[in-house]
Design a protein around this ligand. Structure first.
Ligand code: ADP
Ligand code: MG
Length: 240
């Protein structure tokens, strides 16, 4: 599904990603973990070209997204993203948040977009909130709307950047449950997370980034019980 070859990203003189190569298979759930500043967000943002890689190649399916001829908006249709900070349109209703991109980007008929939107709201447990303003929702509800909104574009893959980091503790679970059900449904996903229990339970693979390098790539059982690198050992010791 995704192939990444020697990905580098610099901001000015600072090299943030120092040659990352990996693949993500269809249907896999990948947890990306690592210390703050290790390049996790930048890595994720390069996949759907929110950041332009300095060098290296990224393929999404057959499409080389790093090819300058590639239509970036088409890539973003295929790769949905959910951020820590929700980024909902505050002045639109919940349902309008979800139907906006399908209608304006894909040219979908309003009725069809709304039918799909309602199905998705059901899926994330918010069927009764379609006319609500995002301002009236809790953080956990906002994040579930943001997930439904990303899914409304029928992406082939979803990227989550610390989707529960901005939430009060009691709301973390409801969002993780939605992500878990997506994983079970076979969605291909990469999730930057500090929820180690979640990574252990749901991820097929853990990628550990440190200093802009991919230091480990292993199934969670292996990564958490016997990390190979000293850097991963130190990291896990600090947080577990
Ligand atoms: P993480 O998500 O692992 O905490 P980031 O990918 O956000 O790490 O950041 C990695 C490094 O890149 C940090 O040192 C950060 O300051 C730097 N960085 C990220 N985005 C930018 C940017 N737009 N301009 C300059 N530096 C940036
Ligand atoms: Mg980050």
């Amino acid at each position: 599904m995704i192939k990444i070859q020697d990905l580098h990203k610099s901001f000015g003189k600072t090299e943030v990603l120092k040659g990352i190569s990996t693949t993500m298979n269809k249907g896999e759930t990948i947890a990306i973990i690592g210390p703050s500043g290790s390049g996790k967000s930048t890595f994720l943002r390069c996949i759907n070209l929110l950041e332009t890689p300095t060098s290296g190649q990224i393929w999404v399916g057959e499409q080389e997204v790093t090819n300058p001829k590639t239509d970036i908006s088409k890539v973003r249709e295929r790769v949905g993203m959910v951020f820590q900070s929700f980024n909902l349109f505050p002045h639109k209703t919940v349902l309008d948040n979800i139907t906006y991109a399908p209608i304006t980007v894909k040219g979908m008929a309003k009725k069809e977009a709304e039918d799909i939107g309602r199905e998705l709201l059901k899926k994330v447990g918010l069927a009764d909130k379609e006319q609500a303003s995002p301002k009236r929702l809790s953080g956990g509800q906002k994040q579930r709307v943001a997930i439904a909104r990303a899914l409304a574009m029928s992406p082939e893959m979803m990227l989550f950047d610390e989707p529960t980091s901005a939430l009060d503790p009691e709301m973390v679970k409801e969002v993780l449950e939605v992500i878990k059900s997506l994983a079970k449904s076979g969605m291909t996903m990469a999730i930057v997370t500090h929820e180690m229990g979640f990574a252990r339970e749901v991820a097929d693979r853990v990628l550990f980034l440190d200093g802009g390098k991919l230091v480990e790539d292993a199934p969670p059982a292996e990564f958490f019980s016997s990390p190979k690198s000293q850097r991963a050992k130190d990291f896990l010791e600090k947080i577990l």
